[in-house]
Design a protein around this ligand. Structure first.
Ligand SMILES: [Ca+2]
Length: 253
């Protein structure tokens, strides 16, 4: 029987062979940045996904990731298969232990339609999911702007928990297996597969950074750390329930 590490190695090797290199094979670390300096990096989407070698926030020679629905309106978003961002079921990423309390990123919308961006974090085979509650409205101005998504109870909403009612945001952020950035218009969506907003537009993202929890959030970090004691217990208790959620591992975005 393959160990979880062996399974991850097989998966990573397969993705590299497919021409989509994984930027790293380690858990999230405070201050890590995805600058899209090379194609790939372990990002996936049901939309058109392209590495653009120039025109990022720093201008000429600054690569970025383009996510586009150029022909027909459909769901727009991107998720990662890089364990460093929490994109691998067999290697959950511990945002709490790393002290990461926010995700910042540069975003541009080339239009023609405005987008409403949220991020979604999933754990426990997709059984539990939290989304940022409020969306950032990014107009099709074609200019880069920096967004900051706070990973806190105050800024996030539990949109799915169909396995363990006792699981908390701390449990989820302590074992992230899926990290999505998506157009989710209107009230926060409760589903992964249908965020509720088909759109025709083209956006770019760059300089994703795992930021520390701001000073006022220190008590929150302590609270999260205290909550970690339940993570292993819950994951162990969930062992027989894994795979029973019925959620696809290939989100439609
Ligand atoms: Ca860049």
């Amino acid at each position: 029987m393959q160990s979880r590490f062996q399974k991850c190695r097989v998966l990573c090797c397969g993705l590299v062979a497919a021409g989509w290199p994984i930027a790293s094979a380690q858990a999230v670390t405070l201050g890590q940045i995805e600058e899209f300096t090379i194609p790939g990096g372990g990002w996936r989407s049901g939309a058109s996904l392209n590495f653009i070698a120039t025109g990022g926030p720093a201008g000429a020679g600054d690569g970025y990731l383009e996510i586009s629905r150029p022909d027909e309106p459909d769901f727009l978003g991107v998720y990662t298969v890089d364990p460093a961002w929490g994109g691998e079921t067999t290697m959950p990423s511990d945002y709490v232990g790393a002290g990461v309390g926010a995700i910042t990123m540069d975003v541009v919308n080339f239009g023609p339609a405005p987008v409403e961006l949220r991020i979604l974090m999933e754990a426990f085979d997709g059984a539990v999911a939290w989304s940022t509650t409020s969306a950032f409205n990014v107009s099709p101005a074609g200019t880069w702007r920096r967004l900051r998504f706070e990973l806190s109870e105050a800024e996030m909403t539990e949109v799915r928990n169909d396995q363990e009612p006792s699981l908390t945001l701390a449990d989820t952020l302590g074992a992230v297996e899926r990290f999505l950035i998506r157009h989710d218009p209107g009230p926060v969506s409760s589903t992964r597969e249908n965020p509720g907003g088909a759109i025709l537009t083209t956006i770019g993202i760059d300089n994703l950074k795992a930021e520390e929890i701001p000073e006022p959030g220190v008590p929150f970090l302590i609270a999260l750390a205290a909550g970690l004691g339940g993570v292993r217990r819950v994951r162990t208790a969930r062992g027989s329930k894994r795979g029973a959620s019925g959620h696809s591992r290939d989100p439609v975005l």
